[in-house]
Structures are given as C-alpha cells and as structure tokens.
Design a binder for this molecule. Structure first.
Ligand code: GLN
Ligand code: ZN
Length: 752
C-alpha cells in the first residue's frame, strides 16, 4: 500500500523562515538570502519525507506567507492599490500580506481569516470586475522542478479553483458564477504547464467541499471540473478534501474523471459511511486520510486498521493510499527538538516528522498484520503515566442538570446588581490586560530563569498592580482591573497552573505569516492545583474602593487553544476544565471580588464547518460548559465575558444563552454589524461593544468615540450599554493607552 502527505510545515524546525522573513522586512538581509533560507527548508522537508519512504510528496506546499495568497498571485489577482506601489514582485506580495507604509505609499494589508476550523489564517484575496484573471506565476512549476532536481518526484499541490473562488472577496458586481469558467480555463493552463515540467500528478485542495453545499455550489463545482478534467491530458488529477466529509457532493465527485480522491476519515464523521454505502470507483485511487494532521498523538493502529479494512471492502485493496487527514502544517515539526519532556511522555506523541514512519508502518500493517507491532502500539495507548484522576472523572460524572443553570434568572440578577454596584450610566471598563512593557516581561523571565526570588517577583507585580489601579482611578474608569502582569498568554498561564497539562519548548505551529503559536498539550484529567489568580485580584482590590474585575480564561477557550486528548471527548475535557475554573470563580468571590470576567476569546474556534452541526456537535455542550463555571455564584456577583477574533453575528442566541451579566466584544472592525443582530435577537445580556480598535496605536478622539456610542445607542438600550476598548491592552504602549482611555471616559461622561 502506498503513502501520501498533503503538505508539510514550512516555517522551519527552528522557525528559520520566520526569523529570515523578519530580517528581510527590516532590510537586514537581501531577497536572495531569504530565498536561500526558504530553499533550504524546502529541501529539508522533501528529504525528510523521501527518506521516510513516502510515495506521494507534495511540492508547492511551501509559502512565504500563505498559500491562498500564493494562488491569488499565481493568477494575477492583485488589487491595483498594491501594483501601483511599483514594488518588486516579492515586496508586492508582502505588501498584500502585511500592508505597506513607506516612501512608495501607504496601504493596508488584505483581510485575514481563519482557515476553516484551524488556528491558521489565510489572506482573503480581492477580485474586482476589471481583474484580468490569467496564469502569470510559475511557483508551482518552479517548486516542482526544484524538487525533481533534488531527486524527489512530487505531486504539485495547489489550492483548488472551487475553494479559491469561494474564499475570494468580490468587490465589484461580478460573482463566482461569472468567474468560474475563466478560472477553469486558467487552471487548465496550469495543468499544461505542470505537465510540460514533467509532473505526473497535480493535487487540487478543495476543503470547501466539507461545508453544507447548495445546488448552485454543486453545479459550479461540476462545471469547473468538467472543463479541467476534459483537458487534463496525461496528468493525473487528485482531488484532495479535508476538515470533514463531503456528504453533499460525494456521488458527484466520485462520478467525475478524477484519478484520485482524498477523503478525511478523521474529521469526516460520515466519510466511512459514504464510502461504504455508495462504494468507490475502481478506476481511482482513494487517498485515505487516517493519520491526524491536526493533532500530536501517536496513531492508534488498531483503530486505523479497522477503518482501512472497511475501506478495502468498498474500494479494493489496490486502490488505497494511506494519507494524512490534512496538511501537517497544523502540527509542530519534530519531537527531536524537545529536550525537557521525558520519554514516558514523548513516546505518545507524533509531530510532523514522526507521522512519516507512522504512515509507512500503517501501509505495511494494512497488508501484513504484524502482531508484535500491533501489540506494542496497543500497550502504548494503555500505558499513560499521570493521566488519570478518578476524583476528576467522578466529579464530571456527578454534574447535575441544575449545575448548568444560574439562578435567579438574568432579569432578576440585573436589578440586584444595579442596586448593589450603583454604577453610572454607560459604565466604563477595560478588557483586562494593561501594556506589557519590557520591565513586566523581564520580571517574568527573570523569575522563570531563577534570577530573582519569588518574593522579588511578586513584589514587582504588586507594585505594577498598585500603579495600574492608581492610573485607572486617575483616568476615571468605573470598573477596574489588576492588569494581568503575571500572564504571558491567556491560555498558557492557566495551563501552567492546572494539573493534566504538558508544555513543549519548540512545538511551534504557524498561525499566520511569521506568527507562530505553541499550544500546550492536554495530557490527562485536568484539575486545579491551588488558587491561581486570587492573590493578584485580592491585592488589587485592597488598593481601591472601586470594584476590581477578576480575570479568568474560560474552559472552551482553554481547550480550543490547546492540543486536545483523543482518548476522551473534547466535551469531557472541557467539563473538567470548567470545574477547575468554577473553583477559581468561587474563590475569587469568597475573597471579595464582586465582578468576575471569564474570557471566551476563542469560543468559535471549534464551531463545526457545517451549520447543520453547529448545535448538535458543539454549542449544545460548549455553552453549558461556560455556564457550569458561573452557576455557583451569588446573584449579586456580576459575571462578565469577553469575545474577539471572530464574527459571531450568526451565533448571537448561543452567546446570550451563556447567561453572563455583561459581555464585551470586538466590534470596531466589523462595522458594528453585530449590533443589528443583537437587536433582532432581543439580546438580554448587557453589552460593551468595543468603542475603539486596540490593534492599532492610533488614539481615538472623544468625538469618534461619541459617534461610535451614538450608533450603538440606536440599537442597544442605554441601561445595557457599557463603554470599553475592544480587547486587552497588552500589546499597546503606555502613552497611547492612557490617552485613549481618557478619551473613552470623556466620551462616556459627555453622553451621560
Ligand atoms: N483578558 C484578556 C486581555 O485583556 C483578553 C485577551 C483576549 O481577548 N484575547 O488581554
Ligand atoms: Zn479580546
């Protein structure tokens, strides 16, 4: 049985591409030096896959920034504002990715969006009525040739036309239907170019097919591929899907003249059923995604072979290729870089490099079941040190329905809290963090490295908190925060204080462009070792007569920004985390913290791609998990939550069902569209739609904030409107923060 990999991480084992790109941006290295780094990474990646014995290796999976952007440039979809800068082509590309500010002009970057249900972000290309779509780039051909020269025969991987068309932003009056035939013709030219270079296979990535599809979508897809497949000549075409199943178009896809079809058996809940009940054409290869490209655990061979056996019955043994479920872009490079994790833990993980021999081993086991190998794998999965905690499991089992409901109901609580806090109309507050200046980060680092004592570390933070409280009093804010000086990252901080978590040194994953994240691993049952934030919040409260908001991260966000377990459901893990955070909430309340914010910045992250699965697969437990955290507090304790990074106009009812007392969110960049949705849905929770964008150092004027608030007042009852920035201030400097907040307070006063 053969093996395949959809794509490989490309940031470099030691994030070489990130550092080289950043140097290039600063003008410290030349384009050819940057190219050298990139070529070395590509060569390493190819070699790793070839040495492991992978049969189908992708070229063109590399990107300087993002593959969707690469595809846009490949077909000349470059808005005029970027070409007009008159920059060399690589710099035009980076201008689209990052914006440009310099002697040639000043333009913003293209919009960035979450890549399906991952934490990777792509750039949203823009197409206008006069864009001339034509194959002008050569990247796929160049990278194919480069690989060939290195002795690696590759399949050329390209974003497929349907997915690309669905992700585009149409700025004129033309639509996807107008552009579909044009793209089909240009993709045919691409196939010809690739064929001329000698490629045997071209892979079209079409993850968009895992969404709910309309009849029109189906038609567009078929029309495009009828054209493409009708003139593909001798090149073989692999249609690669991932991140789910293709239930709305399975029979159409299998009826088309593809030479191979890639299906996801990990996230595609219905994939196996589709193959079994509809069969699979004998004249095509089935690229079976059975090795998880999104998670870091060693494969469970028995389970995987079970799936392969069922596929064999439907598709025939000779037609199966063992594949990753999606690109390995979403996992770290290699376990070899981890020096601190002991073998006891390490042996359970497989990052990109370790998934390669796994693919090969599975392919061989599928033909010849080597009992010894299977037994070793079985044992591995049974033997996990420090993973299980009977008490935690028991606690989850004993959760009662009533634990998910806070009483009395919101309207009643709102009255009690208004009387208790007696805040002015349009109360002002912030989202939690204050600027993380160099001294704040140094204090944490010094403590981490053992250069300063715990006492010194704590005293430094207490001074910062006292200063921060004083500053907020001077500015005139109504509800204060402690400033979060003890936190590096809102998830990592809690992970480090919870039992059941593991941390890595170099397990970086690309989030967008040169940005990488290092998600912690949920290793076992999660519980709280001891109170986490109480000492900081209580100290802050001791510095002022005003209310200080306690600041926690919610269970869904903690889970969504960690690598999760595969031996229990994410629902179960989330409930464990919820119980731990619930204990923290109750401790804060017992220590005089009367307002507590529980951030759910990443609530939407694992929302299923199919709308039809939103509630049944996710919101039906994610929202209750949040409520479990808060249901134990007194009616007079005020619960806030905060959300950002994503649209949530379409899940407003679910957000209201979180049953918080106040929600603050990022609104300044989404043109306040969300306000209409709040009104339509009769949103009951009090709201603080951010009145200015903290992602930019710009100081908003009083007038500007008044204008934003005036718009909000048209849709939100005065008695429910809070005034705050749209997210935490940690990435900002002190100067602009103070000015902005003063204006914010001034604006609220004007309205009062
Ligand atoms: N409380 C956090 C902060 O202010 C929230 C961060 C976030 O929403 N991403 O930094
Ligand atoms: Zn935020």
């Amino acid at each position: 049985m053969k093996t395949s990999v959809i794509g490989y991480p490309r940031i470099g084992k030691d994030r070489e591409l990130k550092f080289a790109s950043e140097k290039y941006f600063k003008g410290e290295i030349t384009e050819s030096e940057l190219n050298e780094t990139a070529a070395a990474i590509r060569a390493d990646n190819l070699k790793a896959q070839k040495d492991a014995g992978i049969d189908f290796i992708s070229s063109n999976d590399f990107s300087f920034y993002d593959n969707v952007l690469d595809t846009a440039v490949l077909f000349n979809i470059i808005p005029a504002r970027y070409t007009e800068l008159g920059l060399p082509s690589l710099d035009t590309y980076f201008a689209m990715a990052r914006g440009y500010q310099g002697d040639k002009g000043n333009v913003k970057a293209l919009a960035m969006k979450k890549w399906f249900n991952t934490n990777y972000h792509y750039l949203v290309p823009e197409i206008s009525d006069d864009t001339e779509v034509k194959l002008t780039g050569t990247k796929p051909v160049d990278e194919y040739k480069e690989a060939s020269a290195l002795g690696v025969n590759t399949k050329v991987a390209v974003t497929g036309p349907f997915t690309f068309l669905k992700l585009l932003r149409y700025t004129g009056s033309k639509t996807i239907a107008d552009y579909a035939p044009v793209f089909a013709a240009e993709y045919v030219k691409l196939i010809n170019a690739v064929a001329k270079a000698g490629a045997e296979w071209i892979e079209f990535d079409e993850p968009y097919l895992v969404h709910d599809l309309s009849a029109e979508d189906n038609k567009i897809f078929k029309d495009i591929y009828n054209t493409i497949l009708g003139s593909k000549g001798s090149v073989k075409v692999l249609l690669q899907t991932y991140f789910g199943d293709i239930r709305d178009i399975y029979s159409e896809v299998t009826a088309l003249a593809f030479d191979g079809i890639g299906l996801d058996f990990i996230e595609g809940k219905k994939t196996l059923e589709l193959v079994k009940s509809n069969g699979f054409p004998a004249d095509k290869l089935l690229f079976a995604g059975v090795v998880n490209g999104k998670n870091i655990w060693k494969n469970n061979y028995e389970k995987t072979l079970g799936i392969i056996d069922e596929i064999k019955a439907a598709a025939g043994e000779d037609n199966i290729v063992v594949n990753t479920s999606c690109s390995l872009l979403h996992v770290p490079y290699t376990l070899a870089s981890e020096t601190k994790l002991t073998d006891e833990y390490k042996k359970h993980f497989a990052f990109a490099e370790e998934k390669l021999p796994e693919l090969v081993q599975i392919a061989s086991l599928a033909v010849n079941k080597d009992e010894a190998v299977l037994e070793a794998n079985r044992k591995l999965h049974e033997s996990r040190v420090n993973a299980y905690d009977a008490k935690v499991q028991e606690r989850v089992k004993n959760i009662k329905d009533s634990d998910y409901t806070r009483l009395p109901e919101f309207a009643e609580r709102e009255k009690i809290q208004k009387a208790r806090f007696n805040l002015p109309l349009f109360p002002t507050t912030t989202i939690g963090s204050f600027p993380q200046t160099a001294d704040v980060r140094k204090n944490r680092q010094d403590f981490r490295k053992g250069n300063i004592s715990e006492e010194e570390y704590v005293n430094f933070n207490k001074n910062k908190i006292a200063e921060c409280i004083k500053l907020q009093e001077e500015i005139g804010l109504d509800v204060l925060v402690h400033g979060e000086f003890e936190r590096n990252d809102m998830v990592e901080y809690f992970g480090e204080h919870l039992e059941g978590y593991l941390f890595t040194e170099k397990a970086w994953v690309q989030s967008y462009g040169t940005r990488c994240v290092k998600p912690p691993f949920i290793w076992g049952d999660v519980s709280r070792k001891e109170a986490i934030t109480v000492k900081w919040s209580a100290f802050a409260k001791s510095c002022t007569d005003k209310e200080v908001k306690g600041m926690l991260t919610g269970p869904v966000t903690i889970l969504n920004w960690s690598f999760h377990r595969e031996d229990i459901s994410i629902k179960e893990s989330t409930l464990q985390i919820a119980l731990a955070i619930r204990d923290e909430v109750l401790d804060l309340e017992a220590n005089g913290i009367n307002i507590i914010q529980i951030d759910e910045a990443a609530l939407r992250e694992k929302l299923p791609l199919r709308k039809s699965d939103w509630y049944s697969e996710y919101l039906d437990w994610a929202i209750p998990a949040f409520r479990l955290v808060t249901s134990g507090v007194k009616p007079e304790t005020q619960i806030h939550t905060h959300m950002c990074y994503s649209e949530f106009t379409d899940i407003i009812p679910a957000i209201d069902a979180m049953d918080a007392d106040v929600i603050t969110f990022e609104a300044s960049r989404s043109d306040l569209l969300i306000l209409d949705s709040l009104k339509e849905n009769n949103f009951k929770t009090e709201v603080g739609p951010g009145v200015y964008d903290i992602h930019s150092p710009r100081v908003p004027s009083v007038d500007e904030i008044v204008t934003a608030l005036t718009k909000m007042r048209a849709k939100i009852d005065d008695s429910k409107l809070w005034v705050n920035p749209d997210c935490g201030l940690k990435t900002r400097g002190n100067e602009e923060t103070v000015k902005s907040l003063k204006n914010l307070v001034e604006a609220a006063k004007k309205l009062r």
